[in-house]
Design a protein around this ligand. Structure first.
Ligand code: C5P
Length: 294
């Protein structure tokens, strides 16, 4: 290992609230969402090399390197900053893929933060968010120094909020994944021909101050349409809501469902056939900083 290497925990996110608003001429929808980091993280090691640029992925099948968000983020950072050297990135996947937990986005954000921490002329958080916003919707939040944020636009505009008290989280990843583009299309089809009531809203910061507030306010517009294409979702959600979760929902466009709990879940109450689909973690109270190695 060279002297210049870092380890970065790429924390995943939950959407505690997700409204999909109008679609613009480019076909993209604007959002209103509450992001919250969780401790479940992929593990990245980034090493500066003299020349070659490489990405090695273990732990899950993520397709060709050239389309991996971590790779695209490294290239974008190198172009933007005029990175003079090479890099070698090792990525160990732990976050389920295609699950709405922002796994690929977390990796991209961790690459941006890791490379910037290795640079002799760091760009700083605002520049990282600007690079991130060109790469995908969840990346600006995960590249930021916020633990919890209200996001709007395509997720590149954010208001950082004080993190909620730490809670245990049960994640249930069904045996199918949902393509983001399909979820938006299903929502458009569902809304076609329906004249939407104009919605005006004044959000109050106290609506995001406790888990109780979030459970009264939070909803996910994708939940009903994804459940209509994958009926299993309703069953899993009903189980979570019937358990001692104080708040349960779907994150992103699915398919992972989450339950927020006051204490670690009791596995003996989880039906045997579902145990392999469950991951336990906790909500984060801070952003894990890159750690220098060597
Ligand atoms: O961000 P990502 O590349 O995963 O988006 C996949 C597809 O989801 C886009 O091509 C678009 O059809 C849809 N999308 C959208 N509005 C957003 C984000 C994604 O319509 N804010």
């Amino acid at each position: 290992m060279s002297e210049l290497a870092v380890r970065v925990a790429a924390q995943a996110k939950l959407n505690l609230h997700l409204r999909v608003l109008s679609r613009d001429e480019s076909g993209y929808h604007s959002l209103e969402t509450i992001f919250h980091r969780i401790d479940l993280a992929d593990d990245l090691t980034i090493e500066i090399t003299e020349r070659g640029r490489t990405l090695d992925v273990t732990g899950a099948e993520t397709g060709p390197v050239e389309s991996n968000l971590a790779w695209l983020a490294a290239r974008a950072y190198a172009d933007y900053s005029g990175w003079p050297a090479g890099f070698s990135i090792q990525l160990l996947k732990r976050i389920p893929v295609g699950a709405g937990l922002g796994g690929g986005s977390a990796d991209a954000a961790a690459v941006l933060r890791g490379l910037d921490s290795l640079s002799s002329r760091p760009l700083g958080n605002n520049a990282l968010i600007a690079i991130a916003s060109r790469l995908g919707s969840d990346i600006p939040f995960l590249a930021s120094d916020a633990v919890m944020a209200l996001g709007w636009g395509r997720g590149e505009r954010m208001l950082s909020l004080p993190p909620l008290p730490r809670q245990d989280v049960l994640l249930m990843t069904p045996p199918f994944s949902v393509r983001t583009a399909d979820a938006y299309r299903w929502l458009d089809e569902d809304r076609a021909g329906v004249v939407a009531e104009p919605e005006t809203i004044l959000l109050k910061s106290r609506q995001f101050a406790s888990w109780d507030d979030i459970s009264k306010f939070g909803r996910n517009d994708f939940e009903a349409v994804v459940a209509s294409h994958h009926p299993g979702i309703s069953d899993y959600l009903a189980r979570l809501r019937g358990s001692r979760a104080s708040f349960a929902g779907m994150t992103g466009s699915g398919s992972t469902l989450f339950g927020i709990l006051d204490s670690p879940p009791n596995y003996s109450k989880v039906p045997e056939e579902h145990r392999g689909r469950i991951t336990t973690t906790r909500t984060s109270i801070d952003v894990v900083q890159p750690i220098r190695l060597g």
